[in-house]
Design a protein around this ligand. Structure first.
Ligand code: AHR
Length: 498
């Protein structure tokens, strides 16, 4: 089987915003407690931050982390998480039916993010709170001094403002499961009023309005149009969320799910442009795909969980080799829309549907999906290039004309590198791949990284943390300005050139 790709350095899709490689920490399960924060753990520093986890996080070069939720945020009072730790209240979290001890809050998260080399994307509560609370949290976080909330932050030991730039106006407000669920018109109004006072408090911030929780929401499309009708001139981004699963154990279909991500992005961009036209606006609405991943392995276990525990294991998907391929395809899909999708968050980062797993009191390790995400984050910076791909195709029960080859090239002008990301979706055969890089002149190969495993259900565990990990023995070979490589069956490939 043969597949080809032609790319030209002048035919760019767009500049890749670094924030495409964002992630997400929610007060949910063991993401915070037992994940990033575990006082008393042998690897914890004096603030309780696990250094073994931080080391794995830093290797991902994550530019921004969304926090503190998620569904959690729609019932969260951020004031419970500030001030002396010993005086903070424990509260019921109705979103995940647990007890939140509030030992970790805004100030701790800002410090943790700084240690991780990331910015904070703060989500406000628009479920049980409104515009007044929204302006207070911005004042506490970002106002320099001389007002009640900014002076309180200073008394809490943070003289300098946190300068949180990116703020989400609530979370999944279209979902009936959400605390304080709203109709599109109700949400549009409160999001607008919150946006106004937040920006009056700090005009330098950027705002993300909630789009649909997933493509098949019954209110999809009308939701986006109505919300933007209210907020268009007051927000910079509209959010998209989507998770993918393989409940039917139909791997061919599962691997094709990124085509639905493409479709979702196209549709939301079209709705944004419709509202732009209707309003005769000059402004382009950008997209924040601030929750995406594979999520399904843990569903059954979560349904059986005893309520009202503190940080029980929840949403602890153990990811397989085939999940890593899907994550690779989804990353390629995001890169194909780099002109429109400026932020994205792999949901989530530690323990909860996450690339990094930990044991309480024990080890931390990388799941299978860690690797494609790390490769994309490290080498997928610069401009993504229009991929002219010729590939044999297949049909699944749900989809037709799925190309076996999913691929994109990225040109990093700063260091002169070109990186080709390629997934071979074929479950039984290798693809003989040729990329024509005609405008780049003679290239040299840096390396050809490959993630593959004879067992598509192979996973990494505490006992076997290195069962699925990349090698650099891919056989890519250069001939002038073209590169040829064998892409093994069901493999993720990163071909790095300069
Ligand atoms: O990431 C897990 C959950 O998925 C989030 O809390 C919610 O926003 C989404 O439904």
């Amino acid at each position: 089987l043969q597949a080809t790709m032609i790319v030209d350095k002048d035919f760019t899709i767009g500049k890749i915003d670094d924030r495409l490689y964002g992630s997400f920490i929610e007060h949910l399960g063991r993401a915070v407690y037992g994940g990033i924060y575990e006082p008393g753990h042998p690897a914890a520093d004096k603030q309780g931050f696990r250094q073994d986890v931080l080391e794995l996080v830093r290797k991902l070069r994550i530019p921004i982390v969304r926090y503190p939720g998620g569904n959690f945020v729609s019932g969260y009072d951020w004031k419970d998480g500030i001030g002396p730790i010993g005086e903070r209240p424990s509260k019921l979290d109705l979103a995940w039916r647990t007890v939140e001890p509030n030992q970790f809050g805004m100030n701790e998260f800002v410090e943790w993010s700084t240690a991780a080399g990331s910015d904070v994307m703060w989500a406000i509560n628009l479920g049980t709170q409104g515009a007044d609370d929204a302006r207070q949290v911005v004042e506490y976080a970002n106002h320099p001094s001389g007002s009640y909330w900014s002076d309180l932050r200073i008394r809490h030991g943070y003289k300098n403002p946190h300068r949180i730039k990116t703020w989400c106006l609530g979370n999944e407000m279209d979902g009936p499961w959400q605390i304080g669920h709203k109709t599109a018109a109700e949400y549009g109004r409160v999001a607008l009023e919150a946006a106004k006072v937040m920006k009056w408090t700090d005009p330098s911030i950027e705002l993300v309005a909630c789009g649909s929780s997933f493509l098949n929401m019954p209110t999809f499309a009308d939701w986006e149009a109505t919300v933007l009708d209210h907020t268009y001139e007051h927000v910079e981004y509209l959010s998209l969320h989507q998770y993918y699963g393989n409940h039917e154990n139909d791997t061919a279909t599962f691997l094709a799910r990124s085509l639905q991500m493409d479709e979702f992005i196209h549709s939301v961009a079209a709705i944004c442009d419709y509202v732009k036209a209707k309003k005769r606006s000059k402004k382009r609405m950008y997209l924040s795909f601030d929750e995406w991943n594979v999520w399904f392995h843990s569903n059954a276990a979560d349904n059986k969980l005893e309520p009202w525990q503190i940080a029980p294991p929840q949403l602890e998907d153990v990811y397989t080799m085939e999940d890593a391929l899907v994550v690779g395809c989804l990353l390629i899909s995001l890169l194909k829309h780099a002109d429109r999708v400026k932020m994205a968050c792999l949901a989530q980062l530690v323990n909860v549907i996450a690339p990094i797993m930990t044991q309480n009191g024990g080890a931390a390790w990388a799941q299978t999906i860690y690797y494609p995400f790390m490769h994309a984050s490290l080498y997928g910076r610069g401009h993504s290039l229009v991929p002219l791909v010729q590939s044999p195709k297949y049909d699944t029960k749900e989809m037709t004309d799925v190309p076996y080859l999913e691929s994109i090239a990225v040109h990093n002008e700063e260091n002169g590198e070109i990186t080709i990301f390629a997934v071979n979706r074929h479950l039984d055969e290798a693809l003989s791949f040729k990329a024509d890089l005609r405008s780049f002149g003679d290239c040299t190969l840096i390396e050809h990284l490959v993630l593959e495993n004879a067992d598509l259900k192979a996973v990494n565990t505490a006992a076997q943390p290195g069962r699925v990990q990349p090698h650099n023995h891919g056989n890519a070979a250069i001939g002038g300005s073209s590169v040829a490589a064998r892409l093994g069956k069901a493999s993720w490939n990163v071909i790095r050139l300069r």
